[in-house]
Design a binder for this molecule. Structure first.
Ligand code: ADP
Length: 271
């Protein structure tokens, strides 16, 4: 798993077409540096929730009978939450290796983007419960040829980030529209936005803008998975800042498929 991630990093550098021996030596050194950085970051992300689980479980084991009911529930909740975090992180790592190894084979079907937004929102309902979510997607947007599972995961990650980084009670705005031969879907929030220099780097694995973002139960992988999934489906995704107020905008651009399904043939390969 780890080697696959490091190879992915090496491949990215190789793509810049390094040729001479000096460059090859530089590439090897850079790969080593990335390998170490990745290892440190992955270890940290695995150890943090594990330490919390071990701490809470140890308390329950040693003092269970003497701990008041309320505190016991708190410890159990922390074990469940941190296990979920660990589980999410490992799933993210597996998604990353799938993207990196080129083994992604999207399971295409024709879908209305509004339907996928709906499923992603119901999955994210708890996460975004303290935000006001507004959805505006015209009913006449053409269907897209996408993998619904991958697309929903992308939307979920974007909504999760908006809810994580923008203050409670602010608006998360999801808008779809057509732009020539593409459909655009943007997720806008009213949070701090993204510093100009970081707008591209936030799509790198493990990259976080603010030091404090590390403690916000994130994995630093969400956006690189978004980009990997969207590109695997032939689209693009980019980040920007809102011009009307503080906040980030993530925009997915998907091509409108050349052939549309016949009426009634909504989804390929689905029942
Ligand atoms: P994380 O698990 O840290 O959220 P991501 O890959 O999803 O990882 O995001 C990378 C970084 O980009 C975040 O740590 C945060 O610094 C920044 N970021 C992502 N989404 C937003 C947003 N909606 N508003 C502000 N900053 C964001």
């Amino acid at each position: 798993l780890f080697d696959a991630l490091a190879d992915q990093a090496a491949l990215a550098i190789e793509r810049v077409q390094l040729v001479s021996d000096v460059d090859k030596a530089k590439l090897a050194a850079e790969t080593d540096r990335l390998r170490t950085a990745l290892l440190t970051s992955i270890s940290h992300d695995l150890k943090t929730p594990l330490a919390a689980i071990m701490g809470s479980a140890g308390m329950l084991k040693d003092f269970g009978a003497d701990i008041p009911e309320e505190a016991r529930t708190e410890l159990l909740t922390s074990i469940v939450d941190e296990s979920e975090r660990l589980n999410r992180f490992i799933s993210n790592l597996l998604d990353m290796t799938r993207i990196g190894s080129g083994a992604m084979e999207p399971n295409y079907a024709f879908h209305f983007v509004g339907d996928i937004v709906g499923t992603a929102l119901s999955r994210a309902a708890k996460i975004a419960a303290r935000h006001r979510v507004k959805v505006s997607i015209p009913a006449d947007l053409p269907m897209l040829k996408i993998d619904p599972v991958l697309f929903e995961q992308v939307l979920f990650n974007l909504i999760d980030n908006a809810a994580k980084y923008a203050p409670d009670e602010t608006v998360i705005d999801i808008r779809g529209f057509r732009d020539g031969d593409a459909v655009l879907l943007s997720v806008m929030d009213e949070g701090p936005g993204i510093p100009f220099n970081d707008v591209e780097r936030i799509f790198d694995s493990f990259y976080r803008v603010r030091k404090g973002d590390h403690v916000r139960a994130g994995t630093g992988l969400g956006l690189s998975i978004c980009r990997g999934f969207i590109e695997a489906m032939g689209g693009t995704i980019r980040a920007a800042n809102r011009s009307d107020r503080s906040g980030a905008v993530f925009t997915i651009r998907m091509p409108v498929p050349a052939e549309m399904p016949l009426l009634g043939e909504k989804a390929l390969g689905e029942d």
